[in-house]
Write a protein that binds this ligand. Structure first.
Ligand code: ACM
Length: 471
């Protein structure tokens, strides 16, 4: 009961009331709660009945909670009850229940819980190195355990275009044909991508697709010469991009806007979530006046598709972005006038300060993988800030949430993804979910050490940070 990550709002352990699973234990649910019960049953190797009579009973009841993602969990000797107002709330409660389970016993007591921020995300860069659908699903499973609810996919960059666009097929077949270091590469067909989005949705994780424009576009430029200002296609870039921002779509050419319209239309059709991410970072190769005209034409395309725009915080350098546009701050300063004025005009923001949550930074000097341009970022650095007070002029109410990006230039395999993501994403999850009053490094470090065997059981290649006394 006292080891849950992220820390719940309220916990009352009652060890004498622990519940023991038997071969006869069933989990009950009705309606939209049934898929959540099935998820729990699969994890505990028990069965589901439709109704209300299970020894483990999941109930949809809006009156039981004060937040759409909130839940109440009571574990007693005879019965376990979990109530929430939505399937997402039940799913969050199930993650807590699973952390209370060990050796067929669910620790007794009571939990009341709800999230602090709406957006609790991780980003995976599949452009610099490609990851298979099976690998990304594995990543999704691990995000879900910590109540993370957004997976941002960096689908396009200089080194690879990873999603099939049927009206521009060479993006995938040419632009997806390689990766950092050459060879390899790959792309998701639209069916692959739909499958991935549905898998995440079943775990209450929304996928935010990023099509990074107008810079970071060599893979697209390599696929279609007409997208280049000089009409000449370069090769797909296979370097690491230690110098970034050297490519640009031909923002002065009409074909570029036909391209953007087609790509965004196809990606929007694959996206049940509210947001399309347009990147817009590091446009050093795009003249600023052309960049502004480009955004002035492209932002309305997203609105016309019924979606809202996310972008790196450089998106704030646009003429008059819709108030729904969410800038994702990846800087290191705690003050940025553009962010403060965005908030003043009613925009909400996503925080990803690089020296706190960039998962491609090394944990400590001497690691073979990772960068250190934002410093080394060990678990205590990830944990040791407050998104609600981090930026001047950005009060907690203006913070949509936090997100930890994992850029993949230096990673060698999916095992490296896990090493860079875990345990740091557990700290991100606690910052995103738990009330500030629960923030306590010593408590978190102890709970994280206790979580290690669960990662071992899942075969997760987590980094054994020297800051944690792993068992
Ligand atoms: C970024 O790191 N260029 C968003």
């Amino acid at each position: 009961m006292d080891a849950i990550i992220p820390a719940p709002v309220y916990v009352k352990p009652v060890p004498a009331e622990s519940f023991t699973l038997t071969s006869a234990t069933v989990v009950s649910a009705t309606g939209a709660g049934v898929p959540v019960a099935e998820h729990l049953a699969a994890q505990l190797d028990i069965s589901v009945v439709e109704g209300t009579g299970g020894a483990i009973a999941l109930t949809l009841d809006e009156a039981a909670v004060t937040h759409p993602e909130g839940y109440r969990l009571c574990v007693g000797k005879e019965r376990v009850t979990l109530a929430a107002g939505t399937p997402a709330g039940l799913f969050a409660g199930v993650q807590t229940l699973l952390q209370l389970h060990s050796d067929r016993v669910i620790a007794g007591g009571e939990v009341r819980d709800e999230p602090r921020f709406a957006h609790r995300g991780a980003m995976l860069d599949m452009s610099r190195h490609f990851y298979t659908v099976a690998e990304v699903k594995r990543f999704v499973d691990q995000l879900a355990r910590f109540k993370l609810n957004v997976l941002h996919l960096h689908l396009t960059d200089d080194q690879g275009w990873r999603i099939e666009i049927r009206s521009w097929p060479r993006l995938a077949t040419v632009g997806g044909g390689t990766q950092v270091g050459g060879g390899g590469g790959g792309y998701y067909t639209q069916d692959d991508y739909r499958d991935l989005v549905a898998y995440a949705a079943a775990r209450h994780i929304t996928v935010v697709p990023e099509i990074d424009v107008p810079g970071h576009t060599t893979a697209a430029l390599a696929s279609y010469p007409e997208l280049n200002a000089d009409g000449v296609a370069p090769a797909v870039f296979t370097g690491r991009g230690d110098a970034t921002g050297f490519s640009s779509l031909a923002t002065g050419k009409e074909v570029t806007y036909r391209f953007m319209g087609d790509v965004l239309r196809e990606v929007a059709a694959l996206t049940p979530g509210e947001y399309l991410h347009l990147g817009t970072d590091e446009t050093h190769a795009t003249p600023e006046d052309e960049r502004l005209r480009f955004l002035d034409r492209v932002l309305p395309m997203v609105a016309d598709l019924g979606k809202s725009v996310m972008g790196w915080h450089e998106i704030l350098r646009s003429p008059d972005p819709p108030v729904s546009t969410v800038p994702q701050y990846w800087g290191r300063a705690s003050s940025d006038p553009a962010m403060a004025s965005a908030v003043a005009r009613g925009q909400r923001v996503l925080l990803s300060p690089a020296h706190r949550v960039y998962l491609d930074m090394k944990y400590e000097p001497g690691m073979e993988i990772g960068y250190d341009w934002a410093g080394c970022v060990d678990v205590a650095d990830v944990y040791g800030w407050d998104p609600g007070t981090y930026m001047e002029g950005v009060p907690e109410a203006a913070v949509l949430g936090i997100e930890a990006p994992l850029w993949s230039e230096t990673l060698r395999s999916y095992a490296d993804v896990e090493a860079m993501a875990f345990p740091r994403l557990a700290a991100v999850a606690e910052l995103g979910w738990s009330p500030r009053s629960a923030h306590d490094w010593d408590s978190f470090a102890r709970r994280l050490a206790a979580y290690g065997p669960r990662w071992d059981a899942d075969g997760v290649n987590y980094h054994r940070s020297a800051q944690i006394r792993w068992r």
